[in-house]
Design a protein around this ligand. Structure first.
Ligand code: 26W
Length: 812
C-alpha cells in the first residue's frame, strides 16, 4: 500500500452496529475491562476514544490535504484557551450523537451520565481565552489551515466557591483523571534555554552565541479542533514543561538528599504548572515571563520544522506563514524569530527583519493602562540576555526611522521607544508588538478607534495603514446549537433547514417571524423552559444576568446599587405592582484583586439579606452560582432575559458575552462601550436599552475633576443605596465598597447611576408587555448574525492573514 497516495485508512463505520463494535473493542482492548464490570468512567473513556477516532481519521485526511497543497498557514499563538467541555462538541461535529446515546445505553448508562464526567480544560481567564477557542473553531469550519499554540497548564483557572463571605479559590487539577482528548507527541519535543550569557561570534557583528544557564524541555500534545459541517480537523498544540535528564542530581540523591536531588527538575516543571489567574492586571513575575518565552520558543521551532517539511530556504517563509499574536503575551516571538534567523540560520539582520515583520500580526485586547504589559529591563536581561540585545537593536533602528520622519522631536522618541526610561527601565511589549508586525488590530470598532486615538496614537500616525479593526465573534455551534438546542430547533424549523449554523447571517430571515403571534408564543415558552432547567429562580420572573470576570471597570457595583434601590422601593411599598426579578451574577475575581473580591462578598451578603426578607423576596432574588466557566455559561445564557453590559464606556475592549446573550434572545441593557455599540446598531435602538455616558463624555468628566459626592448629595435614592452599605448590616466590606464609591469612584459609577435606574424602569415597562418583549428578543437573535466568529475569521483571513481555504476531500 502506498501511503502517499492517500492516507491508507479505512473510514470508520457510522452505522449503529459498527459504532457499537468499535466502542466494545475500545472497552476490551484499550480500556482492558468488560461490559459486565464497566463503570460510568469506563463508558466515558471508551466513548471518548470511539468519537475521537472518527475525528482522528478526518484529521489524517486534513493533514494529507494540507501537505499536498503546501498552503499559507495561520499560527495562532495564545497563552490561554478556554475550550469548554469536549465530548458534546465532538459528538456534534462528528455526527455521532445518536450513535453514542445508543451505544452507552447498551453499557447501562445514559449519555448525560457520561457527559457529566467530561471536565472542561480551564486554560484561560476570560474573554481573551474564550475568543481563542471560538477562533480556532471557526478557522476549522472555514477550512483554513491553522494550528493554535498554547501552554498545557497542569492547573487551570482556579475553581471558585461562593459563600456569604465571598469567593474562595481552589486548585483546578483538571486532568487528574486523564484527558482522553489529547495526543502526546513526545517526538516533537523542543529544548528551551533560559538565563546565561552571550558571546560574540566571528563574521557578522550582528550575530551572537547565546549560552543558556538553564535548559528545559517542552513536550507537546495536541487536541483536535474539528470544523462544523466540513471535513477539516485542525489541531491546537499545547506545551508542557519537562525537566531534562541532566537536571536530576544523582549525587545528592545518592547522599540521601532527595529534595535537593529533584529541586532543579521541579523548578523546570513549574513553568507549565499553573495558569496566572490575573485578568487585566499586569504582574511582573519572572515565572510569567518564563511561561511566555517557553510558549514562544517551542512554538517557533515547531513552526519552522513544519515549514521545512515542504519548503527550503527562507525566501518563502513569510509567504507561507502568518503568526497571530493574541495580545502581547507571546510578543517575545518577535526577537526570538530574529535570534533564530540571525544567530542560528545566519541570515543578515535586514533580511531577517523583513521576514519577521511580514510574518507577525498583533491583536490588542485591552485599553486599560494597567493591562499593558511591560517587563523590568533587569529581569528581561537576566532571563533572556540575547533577546534584550536584539530588542535594543530593533529599538535603535526603529527610533532612527521615527527621527527621520519627525526630526528633532525628542518627546516623540521618548513616548514611542520600546524601552521606557522613567520611572524605571522597562520593555514595553505593546510597542515591540506594533513595531515587529505587519498588522495591528483592535477587537471592536470603538476599541480600534480608541487605540488609534489614545494608547497607540503616535504609531497610528507613523503607520496609518497598519491599524485595523476586526470585531470579535462567538461560535454559534457552542453558544446556540449546543447550549440552546430548543431554540436552535425552533430556528431550524423557522428557516427550513439548519444551514444557519454555518451561515449565521441567515438568522435575518427570522425577522418576519417577529410579527407572528404563534412563533412568539413558542419563543417565550422556550425561554421559560430554559429558565426551568437552570433552576435559578422563578421561571416567570425577569431573569437579569451579569456574567463576566469581576472588575471595577465592568461595574458589578452599579448593578448592586440597582438591586439595593429596588429593595428599598419594594420595602417602601410592599403592596406595589412589582415586576419579579431574578438577578443572577456569576464570575471570578483575580485572587489578589481585593476590591473585586469585596464586590463579590457584598453581593453574596446583600443577596442573603434579601432572601431573608419576606416582604421583598417574592419580587427580588439575587443568585450567585459559583465557579463561572464555559459549561456554566452554556446553562445560563439560554435562560437570560436581560443582559447586563454596563462597563464604563471606553473600558471594555469588546465583550463577547454580550454577543452570546443577544444571539440567545436576551435584550441588552448597556453603555456605548465595546461591541455593545455594534450590537445596538444591528438589532436597532428600539430593541436595546441604552444608558450612561459615552467614552468621550466619560473622559471629559474625568478632566473636569469628577466628584462622586455631588451625585450622592443630589440623588436621594442613590444616597439611600450607598448609606445602606455603611448602615452596619453589611459589615466592613460595605464600608470599603461605599468608601471607594464616595472616594475616587474610578469608573464613574455614581455618575451613571440615575441614567441606569431610569433605564431599568424602561426595561420593566417593556417586560410587562409580553408580546413586545418577545418581539425584541426575537429581533436580537435575528439581527445578531454578524457576531458569528465565522465572520470574524473571514475578516482576519481576507484583510490580515491573506489566506485562502483548503478544502479537505470527502472520503467515500
Ligand atoms: C498582563 C495581564 C493581562 C492578562 C490578560 C492583561 C490583559 C489580559 C487580557 C487582554 C484581558 C482580556 O481577556 N481582554 C478581553 O478580551 C476579550 C476578547 O477580545 C474582549 O472581548 C474583552 O473586552 C477584553 O476585556
Amino acid at each position: 500500500m502506498d501511503l502517499r497516495q492517500g492516507i491508507g485508512l479505512r473510514k470508520l463505520g457510522m452505522t449503529p452496529d459498527e459504532f457499537q463494535q468499535d466502542l466494545l473493542s475500545n472497552l476490551y482492548y484499550r480500556r482492558g475491562t468488560t461490559v459486565e464490570s464497566a463503570s460510568a468512567r469506563d463508558a466515558y473513556e471508551t466513548l471518548s476514544q470511539t468519537v475521537r477516532d472518527r475525528l482522528a481519521e478526518r484529521r489524517a485526511r486534513t493533514a494529507a490535504a494540507h501537505y499536498a497543497s503546501n498552503p499559507r498557514w495561520v499560527y495562532y499563538l495564545s497563552a490561554e484557551y478556554l475550550l469548554g467541555a469536549q465530548l458534546e462538541q465532538n459528538l456534534l461535529y462528528s455526527g455521532t450523537g445518536e450513535l453514542a446515546a445508543e451505544a452507552v445505553k447498551a453499557l447501562g448508562f445514559s449519555l448525560e451520565d457520561v457527559e457529566d464526567l467530561d471536565v472542561e480544560p480551564g486554560l484561560g481567564n476570560g474573554g481573551l481565552g474564550r475568543l481563542a477557542a471560538c477562533l480556532v473553531d471557526s478557522m476549522a469550519t472555514r477550512d483554513i489551515p491553522a494550528v493554535g499554540y498554547g501552554i498545557r497548564y497542569d492547573l487551570g483557572i482556579f475553581r471558585q466557591s461562593i459563600a456569604e463571605d465571598g469567593q474562595t479559590e481552589h486548585p483546578d487539577d483538571w486532568a487528574f483523571q486523564g484527558n482522553p482528548w489529547e495526543f502526546p507527541a513526545p517526538d516533537d519535543r523542543q529544548t528551551v534555554g533560559f538565563y546565561g550569557h552571550t558571546e560574540p561570534l566571528p563574521g557578522s557583528p550582528a550575530r551572537k552565541r547565546w549560552v543558556p544557564g538553564e535548559i528545559v524541555l517542552g513536550e507537546p500534545s495536541h487536541m483536535l479542533v474539528p470544523g462544523f459541517g466540513t471535513e477539516t480537523v485542525n489541531i491546537i498544540r499545547l506545551w508542557k514543561a519537562h525537566a531534562s535528564e541532566a537536571s536530576f542530581d544523582l549525587t545528592s540523591f545518592s547522599a540521601g538528599q532527595y529534595a535537593e536531588a529533584v529541586q532543579e527538575a521541579v523548578r523546570a516543571e513549574n513553568i507549565s504548572k499553573v495558569l496566572y489567574p490575573d485578568d487585566s492586571t499586569e504582574l511582573g513575575r519572572e515565572l510569567r515571563l518564563k511561561q511566555q518565552y517557553f510558549l514562544v520558543s517551542c512554538s517557533l521551532r515547531d513552526i519552522i520544522r513544519r515549514f521545512r517539511l515542504r519548503n527550503e530556504g527562507w525566501d518563502t517563509f513569510a509567504d507561507k506563514t502568518v503568526i497571530q499574536l493574541n495580545d502581547t503575551h507571546p510578543t517575545i516571538a518577535i526577537p526570538e524569530l530574529m535570534r533564530l534567523l540571525v544567530d542560528e540560520y545566519e541570515l543578515d539582520w535586514d533580511a531577517a527583519w523583513q521576514i519577521t515583520r511580514k510574518t507577525f500580526a498583533y491583536t490588542c485586547h485591552t485599553l486599560l493602562p494597567e493591562a499593558l504589559e511591560t517587563w523590568p529591563v533587569r529581569m528581561f536581561e537576566k532571563l533572556l540576555p540575547r533577546h534584550l540585545e536584539i530588542v535594543y537593536l530593533i529599538n535603535m533602528l526603529f527610533l532612527r526611522e521615527v527621527e527621520a520622519r519627525f526630526p528633532g522631536d525628542h518627546d516623540r522618541l521618548r513616548r514611542m521607544s520600546i524601552i521606557q526610561e522613567e520611572p524605571d527601565r522597562r520593555v514595553r511589549m505593546a510597542h515591540l508588538a506594533v513595531v515587529g508586525t505587519e498588522a495591528v488590530n483592535g477587537v471592536a470598532e470603538l476599541h480600534s478607534k480608541l487605540l488609534r486615538e489614545t494608547v497607540l496614537d503616535d504609531f497610528a500616525e507613523l503607520w496609518p495603514a497598519k491599524f485595523q479593526n476586526v470585531t470579535n465573534g462567538v461560535s454559534p455551534r457552542r453558544f446556540m446549537r449546543i447550549a440552546n438546542p430548543r431554540l436552535a430547533d425552533l430556528i431550524t424549523e423557522g428557516l427550513g433547514d439548519d444551514g444557519w449554523i454555518r451561515d449565521l447571517d441567515r438568522l435575518a430571515e427570522l425577522e418576519p417571524l417577529a410579527d407572528d403571534a404563534s412563533f412568539l408564543e413558542r419563543w417565550w415558552a422556550i425561554k421559560r423552559a430554559n429558565k426551568v432547567d437552570l433552576a435559578a429562580g422563578d421561571p416567570d420572573s425577569l431573569t437579569d444576568v451579569m456574567i463576566k470576570r469581576f472588575h471595577e471597570y465592568k461595574r458589578q457595583q452599579l448593578k448592586l446599587l440597582h438591586v439595593i434601590t429596588q429593595y428599598h422601593r419594594i420595602r417602601e411599598d410592599p403592596g406595589g405592582d412589582w415586576v419579579p426579578r431574578t438577578v443572577l451574577f456569576a464570575g471570578k475575581a483575580a485572587p489578589a484583586y481585593h476590591a473585586a473580591k469585596d464586590i463579590i462578598h457584598l453581593i453574596a451578603t446583600v443577596g442573603a439579606r434579601i432572601a431573608a426578607d419576606p416582604v421583598v423576596s417574592p419580587y427580588l432574588k439575587v443568585v450567585f452560582p459559583s465557579n463561572y466557566n464555559v459549561s456554566l455559561a452554556e446553562r445560563i445564557i439560554p435562560a437570560a432575559d436581560l443582559s447586563e453590559q454596563i462597563s464604563l464606556a471606553g473600558k471594555e475592549a469588546s465583550g463577547t458575552g454580550n454577543m452570546k446573550l443577544a444571539l440567545n434572545g436576551a435584550v441588552t441593557i448597556g453603555t456605548l462601550d465595546g461591541a455593545n455599540i455594534e450590537i445596538r446598531a444591528r438589532v436597532g435602538a428600539e430593541n436595546f436599552f441604552l444608558f450612561g455616558m459615552d467614552a468621550y463624555q466619560a473622559a471629559q468628566t474625568r478632566l473636569d475633576g469628577y466628584d462622586p459626592r455631588r451625585h450622592y448629595d443630589q440623588d436621594a435614592e442613590l444616597r439611600a443605596a450607598v448609606d445602606a452599605l455603611t448602615s452596619g448590616v453589611f459589615g466592613d466590606v460595605g464600608h470599603r465598597v461605599a468608601g471607594s464609591l464616595l472616594g475616587r469612584d474610578e469608573y464613574l459609577t455614581l455618575a451613571d447611576y440615575r441614567s441606569y435606574i431610569q433605564c431599568q424602569d424602561d426595561v420593566e415597562v417593556a417586560w410587562r408587555d409580553q408580546a413586545r418583549w418577545t418581539r425584541m428578543s426575537v429581533l436580537n437573535t435575528a439581527l445578531s448574525g454578524f457576531f458569528s466568529s465565522d465572520r470574524t475569521v473571514a475578516d482576519y483571513a481576507a484583510r490580515i492573514w491573506r489566506v485562502s481555504a483548503v478544502p479537505v476531500p470527502r472520503e467515500d
